[in-house]
Design a protein around this ligand. Structure first.
Ligand SMILES: *Cc1c(COP(=O)(O)O)cnc(C)c1O
Length: 401
């Protein structure tokens, strides 16, 4: 492979993807972030505080667990990076901790966020409670009704949850409302975006906060196997933050296969899918140029997946680039395949994964490995939030032998 750089360039692009397609009124907010974020992140005091909170509050480093029975089943050496053991149950808090510390350093007194399933909203409300900062979370009215336990959590954590009644009353509409708020409150407010999406510098900033995952993986693999490089890393992709974090320190190392699994919903040949790289075309969504599910005249198509965290119509620009340059292998798994993989992990290893994560596990059925290959699956989150879906499907997937 040619000496390629997979990091963002100065203009905020990964190859032809990324950038900041923002309305002029948002320019001051984005400019401030762009000029300050690298100095802040690289500051020693920031790193000290970030690492200390990741350790004592989030519970890092998360274990790298050798899955004995699943390894036997797949005839491979399989490790699970246990992001499901993070405080609040998923990797998302790595990013919200980083962004709240950054917001404090640029003097912001108020945090806004948007959320679909509520997982990012909960991770944001959590760090705002921790830091005693005002928090407003925009959420489509339909999602407010569908995700009532997370709405209750956010309110208990002290956040104001604002139901959005425009459009389809889902994530895209909540995002529009959050952007409007930010334009109106550029002085005192920071907008915490929850994945590697949105205008530059968000995709890079979020990737850097999540890169702790692959940094730990290197040390832990070295200890467990004698080598810091696995054969392959598998992660699910919605916007792509857990995958970006799990891939980051291996991007420039072509010996390590990077495998990302999108949510195919009911199948990539049906309208009910969220597999952006199969069903999408280049376009601009949330101020970033990437791949996007859209109609011929550019209207965003509402995606579908059984997993609320993966039904995003776009994908982060880093992933569009890794896909286009073939540095990453992008595959997909259906609802059915994900459910099967979730019950299998539970039965073999006693770990109930999030439905999002189950897509990464389903990837194991689609790639063939050799006996001595070392494969790491990034276990992005735990399944407590998905219990109802698991109960509803129990009879179809669990045989009572
Ligand atoms: C939100 C979420 C995802 C999807 O988001 P990415 O930015 O693609 O990582 C995946 N897994 C879990 C457990 C989540 O909560």
């Amino acid at each position: 492979m040619a000496a390629t750089n997979y990091n963002v360039n100065k203009k905020g692009y990964y190859g032809e993807f990324g950038g900041a397609f923002i309305p002029e009124m948002m320019y001051p907010n984005i400019k401030e972030l762009e000029t300050k974020y690298l100095d802040i992140i690289n500051d020693e005091g920031f790193q000290r505080e970030f690492k200390s909170l990741l350790k004592d509050y989030v519970g890092r480093p998360t274990p790298l667990y050798f899955a004995t029975r699943l390894s036997e089943h797949y005839h491979v050496k399989l490790y699970l990076k246990r992001e499901d053991l993070c405080h609040t149950g998923a990797h998302k808090i790595n990013n919200t901790i980083g962004q709240i510390l950054l917001a404090q350093r640029i003097g912001k007194k108020r945090i806004i966020a948007e959320t679909g399933a509520g997982q990012h909203g909960v991770a944001t409300a959590t760090v705002c409670a921790l830091m005693n900062i005002q928090c407003v979370v925009y959420m489509g009215d339909l999602d407010v009704q569908r995700q009532s336990p997370n709405v209750a959590r956010m309110r208990m954590l002290g956040a104001e949850v604002v139901p959005v009644h425009s459009g389809n009353k889902t994530l895209k509409d909540a995002t529009n409302e959050a952007m409007r708020d930010w334009i109106n409150n550029p002085e005192d407010t920071h907008y915490i975006i929850g994945s590697v999406v949105g205008p530059h510098p968000y995709p890079d900033m979020v990737t850097q906060f999540q890169s702790v995952i692959s940094a730990e993986m290197k040390t832990q693999l070295k200890e467990a196997t004698g080598h810091e490089n696995p054969t392959a890393i598998i992660a699910c992709v919605g916007g792509g933050s857990n995958a970006a974090g799990a891939f980051y320190h291996y991007l420039e190392n072509p010996d390590v296969q990077l495998i990302a699994v999108e949510a195919a919903g009911k199948g990539v040949n049906t309208p009910e899918t969220a597999a952006t790289l199969v069903a999408g075309k280049p376009g601009v969504l949330h101020a970033s140029r990437s791949m996007l599910m859209q109609t011929d005249d550019g209207q965003v198509i509402e995606p579908y997946s059984i997993s609320a965290g993966l039904d995003y119509p776009g994908i982060g620009p880093l992933h569009a680039h890794l896909h286009q340059s073939k540095r990453g292998k992008y595959i997909y798994a259906t609802d059915h395949e994900a459910l099967k993989a979730a019950y299998q992990l539970t039965k073999f290893e006693g770990i109930i994964p999030a439905l999002e994560t189950a897509h990464a596990l389903a990837g194991l059925d689609k790639i063939s490995f050799k006996q001595d290959d070392v494969v790491v699956v990034n276990l992005s989150g735990r399944g407590d939030k998905d219990l109802q879906a698991y109960i509803d499907n129990l009879e179809n997937y669990v045989d009572n032998e």
